[in-house]
Ligand binder design. Structure first.
Ligand code: GLY
Length: 406
């Protein structure tokens, strides 16, 4: 009896989901949150097989992942979540499942490119798999995926064509999300792939910085270019509120993507771009620290939130912490990233027993009335990444500070 009581007390102290929110302050323990996320991932795998497809979102009033096929742009995130869960837990059964869900994505590397998302799909699955196992077969798939992505590059424009199927609407288009897929090219160029992949990635980042990053330090979702001259024609939104508004996740892709571009090239203009996009995002955050889906939606504060944007930005901020030398700036971005992770790890955003996802409250494509205020797999992926990054940074920077303050 005493033992049960003790166990119950420990659970209540470390639990992120306080049963009586008003009376008892929530506590935050990085390891507990990660352990919980690992357990949820293991539990989902008890009933989800690869034949059912890849988790993408959880529809309102349902509990289980809605799955999609391997060609959906989100297919790589679930294997990525399992790889992260394996990285933390070292559970061999998770590794086995990560391998099973990674395998079918090889088709993306070996068939013609129909959009830029190859980077998301293959780098989150095979990229993490290779990082954690060194499996040479994974490396081959990654190198092929990089070559496939590069077939969308147009040297006259200097960027990758992000959405070939949307040329009727946006002409030659390059989108801010595409910044995230340059990491695959940079990686391939220094891991036995074609060296030109580096130049392609750098050119793409430069042109995106020059035209898709706006003077107000927010970003367009889509940049439209003249296919022959490379001239920038105009910026659009596709998933945001307005062409000139600040779509939260797009800003996140920019923060993270330019930080990686700086890491890989050493070009300080990319660093400055990532910083100014991050500052603008952080300065405009609402009080609870998690962004609305678009910072300029006039329905705020009734507008839906986007937990995925918070998770992506947290990863980008932690990347900046790794790259910066100025201690004050490092501390600033570290604290800001930690605050985002902490908010996501509160009972407001953690899904607990509500459904199979880790996080609630993401918004996919509001203008299309699609995936509004629901769990979405890429929120879970970047949340797991942010937690692991925070753990690594906490250990190397000041672990006392990370854990004691929470
Ligand atoms: N198009 C990718 C995203 O929804 O952010």
């Amino acid at each position: 009896m005493t033992r049960i009581f003790l166990l119950l007390s420990v659970f209540l102290i470390v639990s992120c989901k306080s049963p009586k929110k008003e009376e008892q302050p929530e506590t935050f323990s990085l390891d507990k949150v990660l352990e919980n996320n690992v357990r949820k991932t293991q539990k989902t795998l008890e009933t989800l097989s690869v034949n059912q497809g890849f988790p993408r979102n959880i529809e309102k009033d349902t509990k289980d992942w809605h799955t999609v096929g391997v060609r959906d742009w989100c297919s790589g995130f679930w294997p990525g979540v399992i790889w992260y869960a394996y990285e933390f837990s070292k559970d061999e059964n998770l590794k086995k499942h990560a391998e099973i869900f990674t395998k079918p994505l090889d088709t993306i590397a070996y068939s013609p490119a129909d959009n830029h998302d190859i980077g998301f799909m293959v780098y989150c699955s095979y990229g993490n798999g290779y990082r954690l196992t060194g499996n040479e077969e994974y490396k081959k798939v990654l190198l092929s995926a990089a070559d496939t992505l590069a077939t969308l590059y147009n040297p006259k424009v200097g960027t990758i064509l992000s959405w070939p199927s949307q040329k009727h609407k946006f002409k030659y288009n390059t989108i801010i999300d595409n910044m995230m897929n340059l990491e695959l090219l940079f990686w391939a160029a220094k891991n036995g792939g074609n060296k030109e992949l580096y130049d392609i990635a750098k050119s793409h980042a430069t042109k995106t910085m020059d035209h898709i990053v706006r003077k107000d330090n927010a970003v367009y979702h889509v940049g439209s270019f003249d296919e022959e001259t490379g001239e920038f024609l105009r910026g659009y939104t596709h998933q945001g509120y307005d062409h000139e508004s600040m779509w939260a996740r797009g800003q996140g892709w920019g923060v993270y993507g330019f930080a990686v571009a700086y890491r890989e090239t050493g070009d300080s203009a990319f660093l400055e771009t990532s910083k100014k996009l991050a500052d603008h995002f952080l300065n405009r955050l609402p009080e609870d620290g998690v962004p609305y889906w678009d910072f300029d939606d006039p329905k705020i504060p009734e507008a839906p939130k986007d937990a995925s944007a918070a998770a992506v930005v947290a990863c980008g901020l932690f990347e900046l912490v790794n790259l910066l030398e100025n201690e004050e700036l490092k501390a600033k971005y570290f604290e800001a990233g930690k605050k985002l992770v902490q908010e996501l790890s509160s009972s407001e955003y953690l899904s607990g027993d509500e459904n199979q996802a880790l996080l609630l409250h993401s918004t996919g494509h509001y203008p299309k009335n699609s995936e509004i205020d629901v769990p979405i797999i890429y929120a879970d992926y970047y949340y797991m990444e942010a937690l692991l990054r925070l753990k690594k940074l906490g250990e190397s920077i000041d672990s006392e500070k990370v854990l004691a303050k929470n």
